[in-house]
Design a protein around this ligand. Structure first.
Ligand code: COA
Length: 565
């Protein structure tokens, strides 16, 4: 079937739906919801049998929905209507939520229902629910709706009752630091993460709060900032305290809290953790180590999978430390929602907002990523595993590939390419790591075509080593089981010997330093050269500038050969 995906962005949900529909043989193209005329033109060019809208910011024009069946993916249960569906659900603490696929009409979210799917709600931030439960439910519901579309006997029904809920206003999100307990502060920030955040203030300055974590032991005067640790600030509530990981100051971009308030944070007492071991009681810990027998697990929960220079350096220090442990297997777990999305574009952008240089910070960041990748590639006497429970993109994919084995959860999406960021060439030793896994031609196509890979497809082409079913907790159980099995395997010593021999052979053929130097020659040009594309793309990415056209590699209907009839 010819299906047009009409969406505000090619986000993780849209990527996943496109992949699932293509897997079932459908012909998919994508157009962004830029303007009515652009939508109308896409419809004219592609002549879709069905239009699906996974993520819209503007209404579909009547000229389109009155002529074609348009299915809207609404992140709410049947009868729920409005633009802040998930926010309201999280804020209200509902036990179960869902996704509804309904027909577009004049009135928003009021059309007949083609399919729906539900899920138990988890105590997590909105963006995490969206990337996990909502995405899974949306796939189930959309695939069902597509099946029903070809069943002439299926008649979509209007909900018996419906409730319109407007955009959740900041007044309803507001935190009362004197009276709210930690649970409600965490819930309010979770309901607004990653956008729009909760409007509040820190050090007397207005800002929006994101990325909150519980703290079990520390206490202070309600509302006071009582400690800092790495990128986060600890703020006291009525009955405890919560860590604030990220903030957006007025007129600025979203940044790690201690960077956004760099001067003010200096006078806040530090509350460092004693070691890399996972802390006993609940607290904020971005890098945490656990061990089970001869298997070590290194978790790195970096917000949005973005890894700044300092985060890379700290993770490398943790990796070096873990490698001194009596281990056979070291598993890099990444974070719950993302494994890694490469260099930290917001922190890099912040350098250009102050006295610093974004080019210099980009250079430092990519070198720190490379040092981390090098540490992994050279992990001699242990087998390393990258366990991708969440999505991973750009340099993060190649950092994962620097491990001996990559296991990905079935629902994850990988974007192992860089060009979307202003034609960035990329580093992380990808020129060494990618072709030897998939072949030179496929490596070229992956970089050029810039298409997302499902976990299953990544195994098929040889980029990863295993695709494991289940949700995040089930994935972790399976990773632990497999890692223990590897550690106990009778051929462990032979595997290590083969790995070291292969590395020595590769190094003799072409040293890693040469790959790095070649990649960095291109990157130097990206950062410091005449062509400012990378800096412009980063500027728009961190500010979420609306797209003014759909990239050509997504809008297949705009390829040469299609013509308006
Ligand atoms: N640096 C800083 N922030 C990043 C980031 C990075 N490298 N990658 C993603 N993010 C942020 C996004 O800005 C967004 O922020 P928000 O919380 O304010 O909304 C959040 O992570 C989620 O990103 P989003 O694009 O909505 O997620 P997705 O799952 O739909 O898409 C990617 C994932 C990886 C395809 C997409 O985020 C991307 O292209 N990232 C840039 C990767 C990159 O070019 N890295 C630099 C080269 S190594």
């Amino acid at each position: 079937m010819r299906i047009l995906l009409l969406t505000h962005a090619f986000n993780s949900l849209t990527q996943r739906l496109a992949a699932e529909l293509r897997l079932r043989g459908h012909d998919i193209t994508i157009e962004f919801d830029i303007a009515d005329t652009v939508t109308e033109e896409a419809v004219m060019l592609f002549r879709p049998e069905l239009i699906i809208a996974p993520y819209l910011r503007r209404a579909i024009p009547e000229s389109v929905w009155s002529q074609h069946l348009c299915l809207i993916v609404h992140p709410g249960v049947v009868g729920d209507r409005g633009p802040s569906a998930l926010d309201w659900a999280i804020q209200a603490g509902v036990a179960e939520w869902g996704v509804t696929v309904l027909q577009a009409e004049a009135e928003m979210d009021a059309g007949p229902v083609w399919a729906n799917a539900s899920f138990p709600m988890r105590a997590a931030k909105k963006s995490s629910i969206y990337r996990n439960e909502v995405t899974q439910a949306a796939c189930r519901a959309v695939l069902l709706a597509v099946q029903r579309f070809v069943q002439p006997e299926f008649q979509p029904q209007r909900p018996l009752a419906s409730q319109w809920r407007p955009l959740l206003p900041q007044a309803d999100r507001a935190i009362d630091w004197q009276h709210d307990d930690s649970t409600s502060v965490l819930r309010k920030i979770a309901a607004a993460d990653g956008s729009p955040g909760v409007a509040d203030s820190l050090f007397g300055q207005p800002c929006h709060l994101f990325d909150a974590w519980p703290e079990a032991t520390r206490r202070g005067l309600p509302g006071a900032v009582i400690a800092r640790r790495e990128t986060a600030l600890l703020r006291a509530t009525r009955d405890g305290a919560v860590w604030i990981g990220h903030v957006k100051r007025e007129g600025s971009i979203k940044l790690p809290a201690t960077l956004a308030f760099e001067n003010e944070s200096g006078s806040v007492p530090e509350a460092p953790l004693e070691s890399w071991w996972r802390a006993g009681s609940a607290t904020w810990q971005d890098i945490a180590y656990e061990e089970s027998g001869a298997v070590g697990f290194l978790h790195f929960e970096f917000y949005n999978g973005a890894m700044s220079t300092v985060q890379c350096e700290r993770l490398r220090a943790a990796l070096v430390w873990a490698r001194q442990r009596p281990l056979r297997i070291l598993v890099l777990m990444g974070g719950a929602d993302f494994w890694s999305n490469g260099i930290h574009l917001n922190v890099i952008e912040a350098a250009s907002l102050g006295e610093g240089s974004a080019a210099d910070e980009s250079w430092r960041n990519i070198n720190a990523m490379n040092d981390l990748a090098l540490e992994l590639i050279g992990s001699g006497q242990q087998l390393t595993v990258a366990a991708l429970g969440g999505n991973t993109g750009a340099g993060g994919c190649f950092l994962a590939r620097a491990a001996d084995l990559v296991w990905a959860r079935e629902a994850t999406i990988l974007n192992p390419h860089y060009k979307n960021m202003g034609n960035l060439y990329g580093s992380e030793y990808w020129t060494y790591l990618l072709p030897r896994r998939v072949g030179a031609d496929a490596a070229g196509a992956i970089m050029r075509d810039r298409q997302p890979l499902t976990a299953r497809r990544a195994v098929e082409i040889g980029f990863t080593d295993a695709c494991l079913a289940g949700d995040v907790p089930a994935f972790r159980v399976e990773v632990e089981r497999r890692a223990a099995e590897l550690a106990a395997a009778p051929d462990f010593a032979a595997k290590i010997a083969a790995k070291c021999a292969a590395r020595a052979c590769d190094e003799a053929a072409k040293p890693l330093a040469a790959y790095r130097e070649e990649e960095l020659t291109h990157m130097r040009r990206n950062f410091y050269g005449f062509d400012p594309s990378y800096h412009i793309a980063r500027h728009h990415f961190v500010r979420k500038s609306p797209a003014s056209w759909t990239p050509r590699h997504l809008a297949r209907h705009r390829d040469l050969g299609w013509s308006i009839p």
